[in-house]
Design a protein around this ligand. Structure first.
Ligand SMILES: Cc1cc2nc3c(=O)[nH]c(=O)nc-3n(C[C@H](O)[C@H](O)[C@H](O)COP(=O)(O)O)c2cc1C
Length: 189
């Protein structure tokens, strides 16, 4: 049985090209989203909002992203825009990550982004623990999610990227190089 630390160490970014294309079971999706609820937040604002695309939804998302790319770049559909739609199709699920900014709480934005990030890490670790591959892809400037008719958004919802989730045959076991603790920690005793 792996310890929590070992699971944290083993979590990797695994990209859609390596997904096997099966569905995430609804029980597993429930667990992943349940984990999202338990991130810490200053003033308990719980500022995250997620839109989960699966099945036919992935095609809708791919079509929207392609159209946004064409609109934003002024270029016709290209290898780049098709690649993005293909990544959606290769995934078992894509979670759109939003920060629902709580203006009235007057918290600095960084605290709210930090809270959403902790919630995403909870989902990522849970998905990893259940045997899925995941990766967080940063938003590109052309992704104007407010224009996406398939989802309901409020004007204070800020798009923070995609969490791709996919079934995989295996998870990488070898640990990549990271900074040593000595490089980023100062002990004062
Ligand atoms: C907020 C955030 C945004 C990211 N955006 C991208 C991205 O757009 N493209 C990408 O290839 N990886 C992206 N990543 C994944 C990182 O590249 C990856 O986490 C890093 O290389 C470390 O690898 P590991 O996750 O396997 O430990 C992102 C990660 C985070 C936390």
């Amino acid at each position: 049985m792996q310890t929590l630390l070992q699971k944290i160490q083993q979590r990797r970014s695994i990209f859609p090209k390596d997904y096997t294309g099966d569905a995430v079971s609804s029980e597993h999706m429930d667990q992943i989203l349940e984990a999202a609820r338990w991130a810490p937040t200053h003033k308990k604002t719980q500022p995250w909002k997620y839109k989960v695309f699966q099945g036919n939804g992935l095609k809708q998302l791919g079509d929207f992203m392609t159209a946004q790319f064409v609109k934003d770049s002024g270029k016709a559909e290209s290898f780049k825009s098709r690649k993005l739609a293909e990544k959606m199709q290769q995934s078992s699920a894509v979670v759109l990550i939003f920060l629902n900014r709580q203006i009235k709480e007057s918290l600095p934005e960084w605290e709210e982004v930090a809270a959403v990030s902790m919630s995403v890490q909870n989902m990522w670790l849970t998905a990893h623990d259940l045997g899925y591959g995941c990766y967080w892809s940063s938003p590109k400037s052309f992704a104007k999610m407010q224009e996406f008719e398939a989802i309901d958004l409020e004007s204070n919802d800020q798009f923070l990227g995609f969490l791709y989730i996919g079934t995989v045959d295996s998870q990488p076991e070898e640990l990549p190089k990271r900074k040593s603790v000595e490089e980023f920690v100062q002990f004062i005793n």
